[in-house]
Design a protein around this ligand. Structure first.
Ligand code: DGI
Ligand code: FE
Ligand code: FE
Length: 200
């Protein structure tokens, strides 16, 4: 008999590995994103299994030491953007995508790119990319941001609207903090702003 969804050997191994690599809070967040992404996939006709797996792995590189990040940037010949150079935490998205492939054995290009773009987004994202970006923001364990209830509703009905609201919120927050905003984050915001323009 086919094992139940979460009892699949593949998932059991991912859970075990991630629990070792992440601190407790990050692991709980990871499960929240995985389940939220799986539910959003049901609403938007995407693969539930792929969404769950992408959610599970999206922050796999979040708890790496500075030293390890440096080594991996070299290995993957990753040249940090200005924002990544100013804030090394941003590197966890790209490094996580490479690690998903090389360390966790993920071959699905859609899952890898959903991990790659989960922090900054990018213009014209695939449905799975948007699901992971949004699930990361709305999972039940996240503290409630401005207009969270509205974003949570849109997450199941209008992905572009949810993208727009999250990006608006993130850019406002980063501007207040005086953080360097990645060019791609700005491009993503402009893209989703133009997508929803007609609905206002
Ligand atoms: O890894 P998580 O904390 O679960 O979430 P994440 O990967 O979306 O990272 C969230 C942080 O990244 C949040 O504090 C906003 C920040 N961020 C997103 N885009 C940019 C950014 N920070 C900078 N400096 N520049 C950006 O363009
Ligand atoms: Fe992240
Ligand atoms: Fe996350």
């Amino acid at each position: 008999m086919e094992p139940s969804f979460l009892a699949k050997e593949e998932f059991r191994q991912y859970h075990e590995k991630l629990q070792k690599k992440l601190d407790h809070k990050r692991y709980e967040h990871t499960l929240g994103v995985a389940y939220t992404a799986a539910c959003m996939a049901m609403a938007h006709g995407e693969s539930v299994e792929k969404a769950y797996l992408a959610g599970l792995l999206h922050d796999n590189a979040k708890c790496l030491s500075e030293e390890k990040k440096k080594v991996l940037c070299k290995k993957y010949e990753l040249i940090p953007s200005a924002a990544e150079a100013a804030n090394h935490d941003l590197l966890h998205a790209k490094l996580g995508a490479y690690q998903a492939r090389d360390k966790y054995g993920v071959q699905d290009a859609e899952i890898i790119s959903a991990i790659m773009w989960h922090t900054t987004g990018r213009p014209d994202m695939t449905t799975l990319e948007k699901i992971i970006y949004i699930a990361d923001f709305i999972e039940p364990g996240r503290k409630k941001y401005y207009r969270m209830d509205e974003v949570r509703r849109h997450a199941f009905t209008d992905l572009d609207m949810a993208m727009y609201l999250i990006l608006e919120n993130t850019i406002m927050y980063l501007e207040q903090k005086g953080a360097v905003i990645d060019e791609i984050t700005k491009e993503t915001f402009a893209f989703y702003k133009s997508c929803i323009k007609d609905t206002f």
